[in-house]
Ligand binder design. Structure first.
Ligand code: C5P
Length: 231
């Protein structure tokens, strides 16, 4: 299947995919590990490309894998591949710099969330289009959460009703994300964190169980099981 990107779309999706994936065990960079025979990056990009609002996709790949990633993705969709950086934030900044003029909505989506549905891409983009500066997909936290010290001694129980687990794609008005990355000092684990620090309100939309982050070997096994029913 060759997905055609919509030339009238108003969304660019940045895909940081330059991490090593140490927690997944030894092997290739995480985005290139196979899930049912295809790299995680291929699964992720196929779902992004199927979202009707998407006009541009920019992937940040490890330097040694950039040409290989471009060759893998070429049969799936039009995509720009850039070399990522030492941190996730540097990878996102490199991808952002490669977005051509046009799209005013920018989504940032981890390649590690390979099964995030196209509908989630659309719902985050729609929330930005409706006037939000920054939008994140979230799920309620189902476990009881404790604060511990020394990794072992419980010092308190957090009220989970006010907590949310945050996923990607995260969506931003282009100028808001560009300003946050231009001034970013401390690397954070997500882009909404950078925007929050600048006092920009960040809004939540419902996330998806399928957008789980494939981090450990268990997650990869779970994702293989989900693949048959994933939208
Ligand atoms: O390491 P973590 O799982 O938080 O990485 C989240 C996403 O950021 C992954 O898709 C990973 O490939 C990407 N990343 C990156 N450049 C880095 C580190 C992580 O693009 N230097």
């Amino acid at each position: 299947m060759t997905a055609q990107l919509n030339p009238r779309g108003d969304v660019a999706v940045l895909v940081p995919a330059a991490g090593a994936g140490v927690r997944l065990g030894p092997g290739r960079p995480k985005a290139l590990r196979p899930l049912a025979g295809e790299p995680l990056l291929v699964h992720a990009v196929r779902r992004i490309a199927a979202a009707p609002s998407v006009r541009t996709i920019v992937v940040a790949a490890p330097a040694a894998e950039a040409a290989g990633a471009a060759a893998l993705l070429a049969p799936i969709t039009e995509v720009t591949v850039v070399v990522g950086g030492a941190t996730r934030q540097e990878s996102v900044a490199a991808a952002l710099a490669a977005v051509p003029a046009g799209p005013e909505i920018i989504l940032v989506h981890d390649a590690a969330r390979a099964l995030a549905p196209s509908a989630l891409v659309e719902s985050v983009a729609a929330a930005v289009r409706s006037g939000r500066d920054a939008v994140i997909p979230v799920l309620p936290v189902v476990d009881t959460v404790k604060q511990v010290t020394d990794g072992e001694l419980v010092v308190g129980t957090v009220d989970r009703s006010a907590l949310r687990a945050v996923q990607t794609p995260q969506g931003f008005r282009r100028a808001v994300l560009a300003a946050a990355h231009a001034e970013a000092v401390d690397p954070l684990t997500d882009d909404a964190g950078l925007v929050e620090k600048r006092g920009v309100p960040v809004h939540c939309v419902p996330g998806s169980e399928y957008a789980l982050k494939i981090t450990r070997p268990f997650d990869l096994a779970l994702a293989e099981h989900l693949l048959g029913t994933a939208p």
